[in-house]
Structure formats: structure tokens, C-alpha cells
Design a protein around this ligand. Structure first.
Ligand code: ATR
Length: 277
């Protein structure tokens, strides 16, 4: 019996058990995926104890994503570049860490806005936190040539330009609207638009008809930004797809089978999101 879990503090809001539980059941795999609430000061000891607890691996969420990077024996290049890791596994007694968020984001675009990368000249990314770094890494890996990063704290966007190179153009938060017209892809990675947070006020009137708009927020399932973009005829991709697709490589790593993001799984997690509001 293989075991995996999500480690966080707090962890009760996590939807990962619903996703992995669905795949375990669907494929008749004898395994489990649980939740482990671990305080930051206990994280290193918990990682050490995991193999003896029978764990093949885990996802990690806040506040452990940076610590995992520091504590792992081996980190993927992607995780290192992004500066955070969200999944781990054990191999020959060594702790491996990776970041699957960027794979999840790109896979959700491929699934929900196929052909989004036919034109890869300019992307406009709002926000410069952990989600932004993962998404920007994914966009560069797919060949997007210029990424405008608009952030409330300009210095954080400037730090991204130093880390990711000259394809990143930092810009002031209040200037974001100026770049809407030239962007092939616009992505919100901030918490604006999330339930309980202020709305993201980004005028989309200059966006071209081929522009794809993605929002990493998935509570609510359709943010005001997504609704506005869809009403303007843009292709709009909500954040739930990123959550579902980032789980695919983790499940494959621990349980040895590449699962699919099915419409049934999407409905199940949508119902979970709606039920918890
Ligand atoms: P995550 O891991 O989800 O990316 P994060 O690293 O805390 O979370 O990043 C949150 C992002 O949302 C940041 O870009 C933050 O901007 P700052 O760097 O200026 O803090 C952005 N953000 C949060 N609240 C915001 C607000 N009210 N207006 C504009 N940007 C906001």
C-alpha cells in the first residue's frame, strides 16, 4: 500500500486529497492520500520520519515551499529557478523535490485554450509572488519571448528580471493596463478577485480578439475578471485547471500511473469549492 499526503500549516482547506483520492479509486490502486498539519519548526523532523511512516512522497503547501527546497538532497532545475518546491518523493534514501505548478499551469492552457502559444510574443503577468514565478518559468520554457511583470511592489518584479533574465520586463502596477493591447496572454497571479479580497481592476477594452486571459484564482470558480474577459469574447481560463493539472506529475511519481484530468474530476472539485464557500 503506497501512501502520500499534503503537508501544510494550516492544511484543512487543501483540495489535493479529493483529487488524488479520485484517481486512486478510479484506477483501483491500493493507496492513500491524507493531510498532515505540520508546524514550520517541526517540518525538517517530519521529512526525516516520512519513510518510516510509509510515505512514498507528498505535496507541500504554505508555509513549507521554501524550506523543502533548502532541505532536499536533490532539487529539480525548475524548482531551483522558481525558488520553491511543492512536491517530494524518496529515492534510494534521498529526498527529491520538484515544482509541478508550472507544468500544471501550462497544461491547463493547453487543455482549455489550445493554440494559445501560436503567438508567443508578449505575455502580461500580474503579480510577482510564488505563483507568478512558477507561471513565468513555464511561459519561458514554452518559448514566450517577453513577459511584462506588473507588481504592486516593483522591487519584487525587478528581482524576477534578475533571476529569469532579459525576457522579463518589470513594470509598475498602475501601468499594467497599458500593455493589455499588445499581450497575447494575460495572467492574474495575485490574490485580487479571490473571495473576500478586492477585485482586480484591469481594463480589457484594448485586448485583441485572440488574447487569452488566465486567472490563477479558483475561489470563486469564475472571477469577475474571467467573466469580463469571456463577455468580451476572449478565451478565458480559470485557476481550477492549474490546480488539477499540477497534481498529475505528483500522482504519477508516487503511484506509477499517469492520471487524467477528466470532466468528472473537474465537476467533483468544483462541487467541493462551491460547498466550502
Ligand atoms: P502566491 O504564492 O499565491 O503567489 P504570494 O507569494 O504571497 O502568493 O504573492 C501574492 C502576490 O499578490 C504578490 O505579487 C502581491 O503583491 P506584492 O508583491 O506587492 O505584495 C500581490 N497582491 C496581494 N494583494 C494585492 C493587492 N491588494 N493589490 C495588488 N497586488 C496584491
Amino acid at each position: 500500500m503506497k501512501k502520500a499526503c499534503i503537508i501544510g500549516y494550516p492544511v484543512k482547506h487543501s483540495r489535493s486529497p479529493v483529487i488524488h483520492g479520485y484517481w486512486l479509486k478510479r484506477h483501483g490502486i491500493e493507496g492513500s492520500y491524507g493531510k498532515e498539519e505540520v508546524k514550520p519548526e517541526d517540518f525538517a523532523a517530519f521529512l526525516k520520519a516520512m519513510p518510516s511512516m510509509g510515505y512514498a512522497g507528498a505535496n507541500v503547501t504554505l508555509p513549507h515551499k521554501l524550506d523543502l527546497l533548502a532541505l532536499a538532497d536533490h532539487c529539480s532545475d525548475g524548482a531551483r529557478k522558481i525558488g520553491a518546491a511543492n512536491m517530494l518523493w524518496f529515492e534510494n534514501g534521498r529526498l527529491h523535490a520538484d515544482n509541478t505548478d508550472f507544468v500544471g499551469f501550462i497544461a491547463s492552457l493547453d487543455a482549455e485554450a489550445p493554440g494559445w502559444d501560436d503567438r508567443r510574443d508578449v505575455a502580461l503577468v500580474l503579480g510577482a509572488g510564488g505563483a507568478s514565478r512558477a507561471i513565468v518559468h513555464g511561459l519561458l520554457a514554452r518559448g514566450v519571448s517577453r513577459v511584462m511583470v506588473a507588481n504592486r511592489t516593483l522591487a519584487t518584479a525587478e528581482a524576477m528580471a534578475r533571476d529569469f533574465g532579459r525576457a522579463i520586463v518589470p513594470c509598475a502596477w498602475q501601468d499594467a493596463g497599458r500593455y493589455v493591447g499588445e499581450a497575447n496572454l494575460i495572467v492574474n497571479t495575485t490574490s485580487l478577485g479571490m473571495s473576500g479580497q478586492p477585485l482586480l481592476d484591469l481594463p480589457l477594452d484594448t485586448a485583441g480578439p485572440e488574447t487569452v486571459l488566465a486567472d490563477a484564482v479558483y475561489v470563486p470558480l469564475r472571477t469577475a475578471l474571467i467573466t469580463t474577459a469571456a463577455a468580451r469574447g476572449l478565451r478565458a481560463v480559470g485557476g481550477l485547471g492549474m490546480l488539477l493539472h499540477q497534481a498529475v506529475p505528483s500522482f504519477e511519481r508516487w503511484f506509477g500511473l499517469r492520471p487524467e484530468v477528466t470532466p468528472e474530476l473537474t465537476r467533483l472539485v468544483e462541487a467541493d469549492v462551491l460547498g466550502s464557500r
